[in-house]
Write a protein that binds this ligand. Structure first.
Ligand code: AVI
Length: 322
């Protein structure tokens, strides 16, 4: 007989979103933002080091090589807001380039307290940089940052790492429009986008032989067990990475390897899964090199620069509000 512990403190929002996703008609889903608890954030840092996952290295390389030029094309900001800073390692080069022009205020915006603490440790000691972290959702944090600056001070928003790819395309457009609404002429957005490459290369990046991405995906079920007292048996699920050519995205799923029932007391839910049925946990959309230009126009920006890595197709795109 197994005993289940129902945690004392259950986040009602978390429970409601897990319940909605798992009872969705047709295809069950779980929101990808919940991949990043403390364990998930550490596993994501490990993914970034995998030889098969070239995305983070390309992102960092572009910033290392072109930070000076990128900064020279921005109406010089004194305020930099980063949406989803993670550990902040990639951002150092941009901040160092900006600091050559004077004091810079840097605001990492993160919902993960662990990531925010790591970022404060990494970048909090830079000369000429004043760091104020915001533990908030992206747009809420950005609104708070935008309200801080004085007239005539420019704001640069960093949205690196192709996190935009984790939004559905219409949701990405909507999100970028909302970012634009917080900005004024002279402000800028530096957006990282992972570009489409061979399907095999892309699949391997999300299904590495060492199984780190599988552990990252499966940890979502472990998290639900921890936080909602559920009894997901992780060994009864398989990590899948699928290239959806029509939508130009990698989809991560967790596939049930047998017919099973799962009880999730913290969400007042009992589900029955068929053998082979999947739970969709994340999408990573990929882009053509000219897509960002169109995305910029749709959101109300002008693209003034694009830098593409020569080892791993990835672009940094600089957009300005005119
Ligand atoms: C954070 N994000 C851009 C990553 C990606 O590539 O979509 C998350 C990730 N999922 C699996 N591997 C990496």
């Amino acid at each position: 007989m197994s005993t289940q512990l129902i945690p004392q403190v259950v986040s009602p929002e978390f429970a409601a979103e897990i319940r909605d996703g798992l009872t969705k008609a047709g295809q069950r889903e779980l929101p990808s933002k919940y991949l990043y608890d403390e364990v998930g954030s550490e596993l994501f840092e490990a993914i970034c080091l995998l030889p098969e996952y070239g995305l983070t290295r390309a992102d960092t390389r572009l910033l290392q090589r072109h930070a000076g030029e990128i900064v020279s094309r921005m109406p010089l900001p004194m305020h930099v807001a980063e949406l989803g800073s993670g550990s902040g390692k990639k951002t150092r080069k941009i901040l160092e380039a900006l600091a050559k022009h004077g004091r810079t205020f840097y605001y990492p915006i993160e919902i993960s307290p662990a990531a925010l603490a790591a970022c404060e440790k990494e970048l909090g000691q830079l000369d000429f940089v004043s760091l104020v972290g915001y533990e908030k959702p992206y747009l809420e944090g950005l609104r708070a940052v935008a309200a801080r600056r004085e007239a005539g001070e420019h704001l640069c928003v960093l949205f690196l790492g192709s996190t935009i790819g984790n939004f559905d395309r219409p949701a990405a457009d909507e999100f970028l429009r909302k970012v634009r609404e917080e900005l004024v002429p002279g402000d800028s957005l530096l957006l990282g986008t992972d570009l489409e490459k061979d399907a095999d290369v892309q699949i391997l990046a999300y299904d590495d032989p060492a199984g780190v991405t599988a552990a990252f995906n499966l940890n979502l079920l472990a998290r639900i067990n921890r936080e909602l007292g559920s009894d997901f048996q992780l060994r009864n699920f398989r990590h899948l990475a699928i290239w959806n050519a029509e939508e130009r995205r990698i989809e991560m799923h967790l596939q049930s390897t047998c017919r099973q029932r799962v009880n999730i007391p913290g969400a007042s839910l009992l589900i029955r899964l068929e053998e082979g049925e999947t739970i969709w946990t994340e999408s990573s959309h990929k882009y053509g090199a000219s897509d960002p230009l169109e995305m910029a126009k749709r959101a109300g920006f002008s693209q003034t620069g694009q830098w593409i890595d020569d080892e791993w197709a990835f672009a940094q795109n600089l957009w300005i509000v005119e």
